[in-house]
Design a protein around this ligand. Structure first.
Ligand code: FE2
Length: 474
């Protein structure tokens, strides 16, 4: 007698558990198979770190180099651009560098420039390209030669090749708030050690201050130095880099950004530092500019049209695009701002099987499934994105933590193509294992350093083009 009754109790309990789970999960799963995370965070405005914060401290010593940052200096990773600022006097343009094993110091000569922005005059901005570096080697480098010297180090990437493992960090829209600092600390402390940062645009937010207070470009440069001096950050320009301010006589877009941040655009045949490509390990990375002309016949269009067929997936299996304004975004912020560029370039991304597209701009996190919307031609009414295994995964990583705060308002229901979205600050890592597999993970600032809040195994679109969706198609 007892057995059937307890069996019935079990069935009833299981049913109650199921109903409870359905009720609990209903707000999460409404509208599609994707996840709108129910993670609860304190919603507060992001607060700038005060100017006397230790992260902004000017290094001691006469004319000490500050705001030191490095980026890849050629197309293959055998060169590094070292940049720094001096304020008391121009000082030396020279970088001394030596490999960990060979103690002979070599010397590279750079160039110095300054710029004015309204009533602000920059410090002496130095850029020096070190060439012919050995792959996979630790180099020390020294700036401030002849005055206050400062020494840093970096690791060169492995030689470009199809199965070379490499781990990228992904950060966007960083700014200089307490949340920005938390994001950078989490990136630095992540046990998945990023070897270079792919930065999705919007650096200092200096343009948010009166007269685009360019002092905030300096403070930002000092804040991020603890990472940018030791590993290359691959730069993308965002809208906060435009600094177009005719009301104070500043009409040349991107003036502070292009004076301060150099990229190796010529080595990829580009005519502008705002769009370019690099190869690094097993990845070919294309950086695009949302805020430069991209229509047909424009320089950016022509460059990209020639660039995509040149990508050799036997050499660099992973094709990754960085652009500031997302093409697929289901938040009610910057909605459809990336649409015109999507219309122009999305057919190419599908044709050339781009693996991943990283964007910023929207101050939240979102990951799409592989989707495209290339069938629409105005007349045919086919305006809904469809699952497309030749298309990239689109990731919005504009959650660095700047003073504008989080984008918390989402469109409802969650679109079917949106796999995961959450309005929290954080960063991501992309660990490429070989030509077929890469592990992508997103980390929110509230969690422990090792916690992954969203992740997926990414299958290469050329070498392992299986369906790597993480949600069920409704
Ligand atoms: Fe932006």
């Amino acid at each position: 007698m007892d057995a059937p009754l307890s069996g019935l109790r079990c069935v009833t309990s299981a049913f109650l558990v199921l109903v409870t789970m359905m009720v609990l999960c209903a707000p999460v799963l409404c509208g599609g198979a994707g996840i709108t995370s129910s993670f609860v965070r304190k919603v507060e405005k992001s607060v700038d770190m005060p100017l006397h914060s230790d992260v902004f401290r000017v290094p001691s010593g006469y004319n000490a180099p500050q705001q030191v940052h490095i980026t890849q200096g050629d197309h293959e990773g055998k060169a590094m651009i070292v940049s720094w600022v001096t304020v008391d006097e121009p000082g030396s343009n020279t970088v001394l560098y030596w490999s960990e094993n060979g103690h002979k110091k070599k010397e590279a000569k750079g160039k110095m420039n300054t710029y004015k922005f309204s009533n602000y005059t920059s410090g002496y901005i130095h850029h020096c390209t070190i060439r012919n570096l050995e792959y996979n080697t630790k180099y020390y480098y020294e700036v401030g030669v002849g005055q206050t010297r400062r020494t840093f180090w970096f690791l060169t990437p492995p030689e470009v090749g199809p199965d070379v493992p490499y781990t990228f960090g992904l950060i966007g829209d960083l700014g200089q708030t307490f949340d920005s600092n938390s994001t950078l600390t989490h990136y630095e402390s992540n046990p998945t050690k990023g070897q270079a940062v792919l930065f999705a645009g919007d650096l200092s937010y200096a343009d948010s201050y009166p007269n685009h207070d360019n002092v905030r470009w300096d403070t930002w440069g000092r804040f991020v130095e603890r990472s940018t001096a030791y590993q290359p950050w691959i730069w993308t320009a965002g809208n906060h880099e435009i600094d177009f301010a005719p009301e104070i006589g500043e009409t040349k877009p991107f003036k502070p950004y292009t004076h301060r941040y150099r990229v190796p655009y010529r080595s990829s045949g580009s005519t502008s530092p705002l769009w370019y490509s690099i190869k690094r390990a097993s990845a070919h990375i294309i950086v695009l500019s949302s805020y430069s002309a991209y229509g047909k016949y424009t320089p950016q269009y022509q460059w990209l049209e020639e660039e995509l067929p040149k990508v050799n997936r036997s050499e660099t299996p992973w094709l990754i695009v960085l652009v500031h304004s997302p093409w697929y975004n289901s938040y009610n912020y910057h909605y459809m701002e990336g649409e015109t560029m999507r219309v122009m370039y999305e057919p190419w991304f599908v044709q050339f099987k781009v693996d991943l597209v990283f964007a910023g701009h929207v101050h939240a996190y979102e990951r799409s499934e592989r989707i495209s919307n290339v069938g629409y031609n105005i007349l045919n009414g086919k305006c809904t994105p469809i699952r497309d295994q030749s298309a990239p995964v689109y990731i919005t990583i504009g959650d660095g933590g700047n003073l504008e705060g989080l984008a918390t308002n989402m469109s409802e229901p969650q679109p079917e193509y949106s796999a995961f979205r959450e309005a929290s600050f954080g960063h991501a890592t992309l660990a490429i294992h070989n030509r077929t597999h890469a592990y992508y993970s997103w980390h929110r600032n509230q969690d422990g350093f090792a916690v992954t809040a969203d992740s997926m195994w990414v299958s290469n679109r050329v070498w392992h083009p299986i369906d790597d969706s993480t949600t069920i198609k409704m």
